[in-house]
Design a protein around this ligand. Structure first.
Ligand code: KG4
Ligand code: ZN
Length: 338
């Protein structure tokens, strides 16, 4: 079966065609709107939606032509139903339903965060239920125990900002581009680790929750102090980037290990955009046996169409209705109820 995956939950237009017989992607293509949103220091939902409208058809057309595939060869269309930005989700959903209708084929609605996590299973036969997952993106930071396919128990989450959001806001304070995560990671490499230490909010709390807004505020105060003292320069920016990244990573790793011990899970799936951070991956490798950590390929950690197509191949929850509905807010646990 050939599954066309379409991702439009935020500012990446992602498409991929997955063949579930050969377990191979026939094509994958991604158009990032980051440059457009960079002008505004963050995603502008209306612009994102309009850009998806303009990019979906040309992206698909280009790939079909390049791979000499006909639209009629597609068996099902999977799309992100939520969570995410309402306008961008509506575009992907309406597009997918209309294309499926014209081809007379079913659709498969996909939960964006579930797709991030399922992508880690691609080419990983050893992952056994139950396992722990840390999902870290621009909108989510959560620890969930995955008891079986379609059975999630959220056991910890951020009580305020998502960690990706904290990366983005810190980058903005430092004058780096959007999205901030990769910029922080790159600039942290030039930082001096002993010059600043930021707080690790809630790191010792008994629960498994996270908090990142205090960390972001600590960065804000440090930037203000350095500006007043006329010491806000490239080197202090690198130092702040590193100190912020270290603090954020410590919180994520410590709570994940605690969750794994508490729930008696020895395997961890790390996924979502922030899972692309190499320092985070390295820190986990120092704490957990490397063979027990699963994550998608670096290129498939941030939003992409491949994860939507692949998740659909695992779920196969076909729909034949023509309702155009989206779920901007959608808990992973709601999947448990079907
Ligand atoms: O999963 P994703 O692409 O989109 C959402 O579902 O939100 O995650 C985007 C988030 C952004 O906040 C971005 O700054 C962050 O992931 N991110 C990173 C890195 N690459 C992307 N954060 C830290 N280090 C990275 N290398
Ligand atoms: Zn995402």
């Amino acid at each position: 079966m050939q599954i066309l995956g379409i991702e439009t939950s935020c500012d990446e237009t992602g498409i991929a065609l997955f063949d579930n017989k050969s377990n191979k992607f026939i094509f994958e293509s991604l158009y990032s709107q980051a440059e457009k949103h960079n002008l505004f220091g963050g995603v502008v939902p209306e612009l994102a939606a309009r850009d998806h409208v303009n990019k979906l058809l040309p992206l698909i057309d280009e790939e079909l032509k390049a791979k000499k595939i006909n639209l009629e060869d597609i068996d099902v269309i999977a799309y992100t139903e939520g969570p995410g930005l309402r306008g961008p989700l509506m575009v992907g959903t309406a597009f997918s339903k209309a294309l499926a209708f014209s081809l007379g084929i079913p659709t498969i609605p996909i939960h964006h965060m579930e797709a991030h996590l399922i992508m880690a299973k691609y080419e990983s036969d050893n992952l056994l239920y139950p396992f722990m997952t840390l999902l870290v993106s621009g909108g989510h930071t959560l620890l969930a125990k995955v008891n079986s396919p379609n059975n999630y128990e959220i056991i910890g989450e951020s009580i305020d900002d998502a960690v990706g959001e904290a990366f983005d806001k810190t980058a903005k304070l430092l004058g780096f581009n959007y999205p901030g995560g990769p910029e922080i990671e790159k600039n942290a490499l030039k930082g001096n680790s002993s010059s600043i230490e930021f707080p690790r909010p809630m790191i010792n709390s008994l629960d498994l929750n996270f908090s990142f807004s205090g960390l972001k505020t600590a960065v804000l105060y440090e930037v203000k102090r350095l500006k007043i003292e006329k010491k806000f320069n490239n080197q202090t920016k690198y130092d702040i980037a590193l100190a912020f990244q270290d603090a954020a990573i410590d919180c994520l790793v410590k709570k994940s290990i605690k969750a794994m011990r508490r729930e008696d899970c020895n395997q961890l799936v790390l996924s979502g955009g922030v899972a692309a951070n190499k320092a985070l991956r390295e820190k986990f490798k120092g704490e957990i046996n490397e063979k027990n950590i699963y994550y998608p390929d670096l290129s498939r950690c941030t939003d992409n169409g491949a994860m939507i197509a692949f998740a659909a191949s695992e779920k196969l929850n076909f729909r034949n209705d023509h309702l155009i509905e989206v779920k901007p807010r959608w808990s992973l646990e709601d999947i448990n109820n079907g």
